[in-house]
Each structure stands twice: as C-alpha cells, then as structure tokens.
Design a protein. Sequence first.
Length: 535
Amino acid sequence: MSDSFYKDPTNPTIPNEPRQATPSQIPEMIGPYKIESLFDKGGMSILYLGENVTSHEPAIIKVLSKKFLMNKEVVDRFLKEADIIAMTDHPNIVKIYGHGSFEGGLYMAIEFVQGMSLRQYILQKHISLKRAIEMVIEIAYALCHLHMHGVIHRDLKPDNILVTETNSTKMIDFGIAQLLTESENISPTNQGRVIGTPVYMSPEQKQNPESVSYPSDIYSLAIIAYELILGKLSYGQIHISLMPKGLRHILHKSLQLDPNLRYQDVVDFIADLSAFLNSSAINDEQTIKDDLSDVLENLKNTQLILVTEKAPDWPEFDIGIATNKDTSLMGLRQGLYQDFFELDQKNYGVLMSQSSLKNKETIIYTAATRGMIRALCKLTNAPSELVAILNDLIINDPLRHSLSLSYMTTNLEENTLQYIACGEGQVCFFKPKNLPVEKIINHNFVLGVEPYPIFKSIEKSFTSKDTICLFSFSGLLIRSKENQELLHLNLTKTLNENIHLPSEQLAQILLKRLKIIFSKIIYDTLVSTIIIKRK
C-alpha cells in the first residue's frame, strides 16, 4: 500500500526527468488546486504537484487510481487515511489541507514537504549519535500524538518519514493506520495477507495485523532507532551488541517478542531515551566523526539564523521573505546575511548583505559581520554612518573580507525611506498602479576595500501601498544591460499581476519565477527575496 514516491527526495519544481504522462492525462484542476505537473505514480494512487489558486500554497495532490474506485475496501482505506491525518495537529506529522471528490474520482491535498525520506537520509548522511537520538525522540513525539488520538500507524518505517531541509522530521503515509477502537475488516480473499512492511513489523502484527496495539508501533520505532544510530539499514538483522552501552537496555526492552514485555506507552520510551541524551554517558559513546557531524549541524543551524525567514511583526508593514534554502556545504559558502531592526518607535531597518568569500570559512566571517551590524544599529539610525563605521571595522579586522550590502531604514513620521547600497545591491520600488518597477540606484564602494571612502545614501517618499523588493544573488552579479532589463521586465510583470497577494506569497512567486529565468542564462542563483509593503 506504500507509494514509491515516498522514497524520492521531494522538489518544488518539475522533476528533471518528467514522468511518463502526456499533458492530456494531467488534469488542469483538482478541487481548488491548479495542477502543475505529475509528481509520481504509485500502485494505488497518482500524485500531482499542485498549487491552491487562492492561497498559492503548493501541495501534493494524492488521487486514488480509477481502477480502485469500485473497490470499497480501498476507497474506505483512502478516506480513512484522510480522516486520520485531519484529526492530527503536530509539527512532525504531515498536514492535510482538504479532501473530496472531483470528476476524476477521489483526492486529498497534503502538505508539500521539501526534503528526502529518512531511508535516503540514513544511506547518504553520517548522523552523529546525539543527532540520531534527537531524531528518534522527534519521531516518538509524533507517535505519541497519534497514540493520544487512539491511532496506531502500523507502517512506521524510514520510507514513511521525511527529513525536511531544516533537518526536522515529518511522519507521512497513514494508508494502513487504524484506530484502536476499530477492528480491521478483511475480506475472505485477503485473509492472511501481510499489512505493513515485514522488516519493521512486530511479531504480533505479522501474525495478526488487524489486532495490534501501541507496543507494535514502539517495536517499529525501535528498529528505526537502531538504523539511525548504526547509520545503516538493518534489512531485518538486529545486533543489540553494536549499540552504545547506554542504549542497549532501551532497545532490548522495545524489541521484546512478547508485546507485554515492551514499553506500553511511548512516553516511557521518550523518558528513557531523553535521560541518556542528557547524561554524561553519551560523551563517552561519541566518535570523532560524530563530533565533526555535530559541528556541521551547528554550522547549518547558524546559517538558518543568518538567513532568517521569520518576518517581523511590524503593524505598519506587510513583510514577506522567500529564501532558496541550501544547508549543504556549498550553501554554507553563500555568505548571505539578512536581518530586521526595530530602531525605535518610528524607525525600522532592513538589511541584506553578502560576503565576497565563497569558502568553508565564509559562515564564520558572516557571523562576525552580523555581530558588528547588530551592535551598530544600536548606535545610529543613519545608513551612511552605519556603513562608514562598518567599513572601518572590516578594514582593521584580522578577518578582513569585502562585503556587498543593501540597507534601508524607514521614517514613519515623515513617510520616507533612506537607502544605501555598497556594491551591486538589487533594490526595486513599486507603486500599485500598473506602472513599471523603479530600480533604486545608489552606488557606493564595496565594504572592506577602501579605507576612507565617502558613503552616500538616498531618500525617497514611502507612503501607503508602496512596495519595496530586495534581492540577493549568489555567483556572478547581474551586470549586463540585457540581464538588468530582463530582471526589470519580469519584476514589473510579476508585481502587477500579483500585487494584491500578501507579501509572503508574492515573495515566493518572485523567487520561483526569477530563479527559473536567471538559472537558464547566467551562473547566478537567486538566493533570497524580501517584499515590504507599506500598509
């Protein structure tokens, strides 16, 4: 009953190798969702990548194959899966946006998760002991949420857990989940069949799949924990002696053949695992590779702080952020830093900078720059004064490097903004009257190059309904006149068509469209877009 797409890394764009389907086979609309492409095709369902025409939120649209529409058991199971997901509300469980019928049959719209399956994650990554236990606890909390609602998953395995781009987990695929109060209706022709995945199934589930309880899910979770900690798939071969000493008794208890001897409540499993995680014993079990893995994980978490995606709650503005997340080693070298500052009651600041360095030390330089900028924002509201002091600090700092920067401050009393660009800042101004986008041109020296340059900012009216767009590109800068015109035309078109949307949705649309356009003609990659609308 498991669809093969769960084994693939998800991607928000059309796959590089299109699925075998002609355009005539792909519906234009399913419910309120505009279908963009075929995502994958499983044994019992078809999955499409769709977009809600109202909210513009992406979603995976799961459609029951037509050949099963007359099979009551399969239809009931499809509807039950939708109902079970709908009753949950947990950050580590995939969300459902809605389900129903359309001219092609039955569908459910599920949260689109960008990442990869836990199976792929185990095969591709080195996972430190500490991180492995943290991931198991995350999954266990999601399982606890299910159990609190009386739901037994019955098919818990690495293929049915997604690891997001921020390294959190999402439990998916509730096609054979069962409410504890229900008994499974199995037709005579299907009696004796296996329901679940044998490697991860408890002994009692193999024997009688329609009559299991919570310890069965805990057994499956223990197999996943074993594989995460071992760093390999088990293929049904479990050797507790390979586990850290402090974990052996936990896994031994979880994997008892008799369900009555296992943990009866996943909360107790979480408590014992958390006790080991927070004990000094874990340090004795860590390896050098674990330490290196933890360092890389911490660097990735630092990057998420440097490239914030959380827009501030400023009542006078509608702010949207869209970032091309990349927590790989290459992504850590982008050198991007963006931030928001509440300077006082009437003044706000928005900053986007990018280091010239593109090596393994880049994130260290960027973090140091962040500290300097956040301190300077406490001292001055004037953009030209801030960059002059920052330039002097960079010039005289042993960690010297050059820095491109765009910094904008607003004055609500005077309905103005001040803007300064050091290097090739990409900032555009737009009024919602079907007019072309105006690029704000302000050229100053890149920071860290000249010791005593004169920095000049510009001032502009910034009133209700005006919109500011800030962009950051990695790689080569868009210097050619042709590419500047292309950017200008696409900005104007996209903003005029979508200016009525909230800034968050508008930023996502801009990021998606410009990223596709520029990735085809130059080596730039659009890294981040910030939209600021004056209410």
